[in-house]
Design a protein around this ligand. Structure first.
Ligand SMILES: C[S@@+](CC[C@H](N)C(=O)[O-])C[C@H]1O[C@@H](n2cnc3c(N)ncnc32)[C@H](O)[C@@H]1O
Length: 208
């Protein structure tokens, strides 16, 4: 398990990274990639959408272009402070501080679930994906963006030491273990040589 797959360490990491997050993030995960992923996210205007690991609100901003009922959750008070500065603490977005692995919401609370760039910090990703399935209505979409596993052995060693990087086989295993039956994966990359993102688009089954 990587050094940042620990909730307290990830919080400490984001206490400092939050200051520069919006400057650094576009080198890895930019607006073009986010907007393409949004085209794979099957939501209608008025749908209630949960953004888990919303951070400073980068994806939240994109989600608001599709629906005005967006809820954001993050475990870092420092990241959330940046999001409040953009959207207000009690404004258009319904923000919560909490843990992806224990969502403070009732079953079937949301029409769809989005999480970009957060799964790599979750110590128990299958538990968090099961939570995604629980809080999202049957037939709803769960979309999760994470870091694709590097090809070179050197980068694999480095990646494994830091956080969760995973390939399509591992994504298949995690989503199946969390109770999903229908899902597909897509790969994105900002530019050749930059880190790839793996996005899984899953449908919440009728039988929970
Ligand atoms: C790379 S940022 C992604 C921010 C945003 N979703 C985006 O697309 O730019 C990862 C975020 O996940 C949050 N996070 C990490 N582990 C978490 C957990 N267990 N529960 C909730 N949020 C978590 C971090 O605090 C951080 O804000």
């Amino acid at each position: 398990m990587g050094v940042l797959e620990d909730k307290a360490r990830a919080r400490l990491f984001y206490k400092y990274l939050s200051k520069a997050y919006d400057t650094i993030n576009p080198f890895i995960w930019n607006e073009e990639m986010r907007d393409e992923a949004l085209t794979w996210f099957d939501i209608d205007d008025g749908d209630r959408v949960l953004d888990v690991g919303c951070g400073t609100g980068f994806a939240t901003e994109g989600l608001l272009e599709h629906t005005d009922d967006v809820w954001g959750l993050d475990q870092s008070a420092h990241q959330l402070a940046k999001a409040y500065a953009k959207f207000g603490k009690r404004g258009t977005v319904n923000f919560h501080r909490g843990d992806a692995e224990r969502l403070p919401f009732d079953d079937n609370s949301f029409d769809a679930y989005w999480s970009s760039g957060s799964i790599e910090y979750w110590p128990n990703p299958v538990d968090a994906l099961a939570e995604a399935r629980r809080v999202t209505k049957p037939g709803g979409t769960v979309l999760v963006v994470g870091p694709d596993y590097p090809n070179s052995t050197l980068f694999q060693k480095l990646a494994d030491a830091i956080m969760l990087f995973y390939d399509e086989d591992e994504a298949d295993r995690m989503f199946a273990a969390a109770g999903f039956e229908t899902f597909e994966h897509r790969i994105q990359q900002r530019a050749p040589g930059t880190p790839r993102a793996i996005t899984t688009i899953a449908e919440v089954p009728d039988e929970k």
